[in-house]
Design a binder for this molecule. Structure first.
Ligand SMILES: [Zn+2]
Length: 566
């Protein structure tokens, strides 16, 4: 080309070359001087439990995003990067998240640019996907979780969540054991794990066919694979955690529960394999070094976030140091030299899902209550009685229904005024299903006597039997009579219905051990039965309500029994 176009072309070509050299020069010159040390700020959130909005000026995803924005600006200025990770139990909790099955939170996390999140035990709670009216559709009982993963523009990580059918980690769309990302030219491997007890801490039906592999060997194997693939830094996002009380000295573990799960895991990992663990699940706080691993954990419900700065030496391609920060409360403040403000982009990202939730909450059930229905009454739980009535009504052949609200599964009183879906949902936000059991009259009586003896009478909801209590020599005696007057004998076999335990807020005890409840996965969802019961209430509704809550004089019972036990 040069020879073809003569001298003039040569001059032009040389000029172009020198221009190219000139424009490239600063970069070429900078390379040797490029800061040897690069800072990766790892921000860890966990156990948000749907708390997307600030409460009393504390927390809220728009304000968290404000903190992250300030930190990203600081890292952009010094050539580093921010990695934003969440350690699970993200969705189940506040109504705005629950009624969108977590979609509202994923909308916000997408807008905030999360890098990855671990799957927590309560991330299974929503079961199958809901219809637009928030009723569970039949089908895959992990449908809601899979929908959230598919919606996310960052991966869900679950290295030790094993599909029993394949004996390998689950392979759902956008759910995988680990991910390798590039942050400011540093290759960062991220592994996700969930605590060993995870499947016993959610609704059993939703996790059938899964098992949990031990954390440490899983992390070790996955981290080794990531290192072989070129990872310079390895982070674990762990829905398993610990608890410490002081955060001023990261090396001082004297304020910590040294036997907590994540400490045991950290101590049993080969040295040098994992740099940082972003922990969760226990709702505790951590900013501590354990056997060379920096562990952060931010309490819960979006009150705070954890932070670990990994300072990486590009020259020797190794971590120079890890600086841990005490959990940072999410309140309006200065951060990285600038005032933290709510990020309007996050408010906007959540707006469509929030509107759908508000519409759903306002849906009326066609009934208005003259007086509130309370959880705790003198002779039992009026609201528990109503739930029991609705359950017994819905199950053909049921003799009795019992609700034990000692675990506070019914979370609030039902206020007077028009009954809306939102108000009922506030009472029982869980997707527990109806459980049926066969008990003898004697078993039911013994269980009731035990509950009453422990002072839990006010938490009991019962339908189908009247309970007569009296004092006998060795304590409380219970006589049971069917509502229509026939006595129940010790040897009578009764079909009893109750709420399949556990609820996420504590188990609703039943008159049988949990193992005796039988499968509940195809049973109706408790709240939906109660909703239907209200919708069916014909005119005049109030009498039926009185019957259900046992406020009518006809169901009067002996006064609260306090037996002097010899
Ligand atoms: Zn958890």
């Amino acid at each position: 080309m040069i020879t073809m176009h003569g001298k003039r072309s040569i001059v032009l070509a040389v000029a172009l070359l020198s221009l190219a050299a000139a424009t490239r020069l600063p970069r070429l010159a900078a390379a040797p001087d490029q800061p040897v040390l690069v800072t990766l700020s790892i921000v860890g959130t966990s156990d948000l439990h749907g708390a997307a909005f600030s409460r009393n000026g504390l927390g809220g995803l728009p304000l968290l995003a404000g903190y992250v924005n300030n930190l990203r600006a600081a890292r952009a200025a010094d050539g580093g990067a921010v990695l934003l990770v969440d350690s699970g139990d993200t969705f189940q909790g506040d109504i705005e998240s629950n009624l969108s099955e977590g979609a509202l939170v994923v909308d916000a996390y997408n807008a905030m640019g999360y890098t990855a999140e671990a799957v927590g035990n309560h991330d299974f709670d929503f079961g199958s996907v809901d219809s637009p009216s928030a009723r569970q559709l039949p089908g895959d009982l992990r449908g809601a979780l899979k929908a959230r993963a598919a919606q996310a523009r960052y991966p869900f990580l679950a290295a030790n969540l094993i599909d029993a059918a394949t004996d390998r980690p689950v392979e759902w769309p956008n759910v995988r054991p680990s991910v390798l990302v590039d942050a400011a030219g540093v290759k960062v491997g991220i592994v996700g794990v969930v605590m060993i007890d995870a499947l016993r801490s959610t609704l059993a039906a939703n996790v059938q066919g899964l098992r949990i592999a031990p954390l440490a060997p899983t992390i070790a194997a996955e981290a080794s694979t990531l290192r072989r693939a070129g990872a310079d830094v390895v982070i674990v996002v762990s829905h398993a955690g610990g608890r410490c009380d002081r955060f001023d000295q990261p090396a001082d573990l004297s304020s910590c529960d040294s036997e907590s799960e994540i400490f045991r895991v950290a101590r049993s990992l080969p040295r040098g394999l994992v740099d940082v663990i972003a922990a969760g699940h226990t709702h505790g706080g951590l900013a501590h070094h354990v056997d060379g691993i920096g562990i952060i954990q931010p309490f819960s419900r979006g009150q705070a976030f954890g932070r670990a700065d990994v300072v990486f030496d590009r020259r020797i391609r190794s971590v120079a140091r890890i600086q841990l920060f005490a959990p940072q409360e999410i309140v309006p403040a200065q951060y990285e030299g600038t005032a933290v403000t709510n990020d309007p982009a996050i408010v906007q990202a959540m707006a469509p899902a929030l509107q759908r939730v508000h519409d759903l909450q306002a849906t009326t059930l066609g009934v208005s209550l003259d007086v509130p229905i309370r959880r705790v009454g003198e002779l039992g739980s009026p609201l528990g009685n109503l739930f029991a009535e609705a359950l017994r009504d819905a199950v053909p052949g049921a003799d009795v229904a019992v609700i034990n609200n000692a675990g506070r599964g019914l979370r609030t009183d039902l206020p007077d005024g028009p009954l809306t879906f939102g108000r009922l949902y506030d009472v029982f936000p869980f997707d527990n299903r109806v459980a049926r059991i066969t008990v003898t009259g004697a078993e039911l009586g013994r269980w009731l006597a035990g509950e009453i003896r422990q002072g839990r009478r006010g938490a009991l909801g019962i339908s189908g039997v009247r309970v007569w209590t009296s004092c006998i020599a060795d304590g409380i005696h219970v006589d049971l009579v069917r509502t229509e007057g026939r006595p129940i004998h010790d040897e009578d076999r009764l079909l009893a219905v109750t709420i399949g335990a556990p609820t996420p807020s504590g188990s609703l005890a039943s008159p049988a051990p949990l193992g005796g409840l039988g499968p509940t996965e195809n049973a109706p969802v408790v709240r939906e039965l109660v909703e239907d019961w209200f919708r069916r209430l014909a005119h005049p509704a109030q009498r039926r309500l009185d019957d259900a809550t046992h406020r009518s004089p006809g169901s009067a019972d002996a006064p609260t029994v306090i037996c002097a036990i010899p």
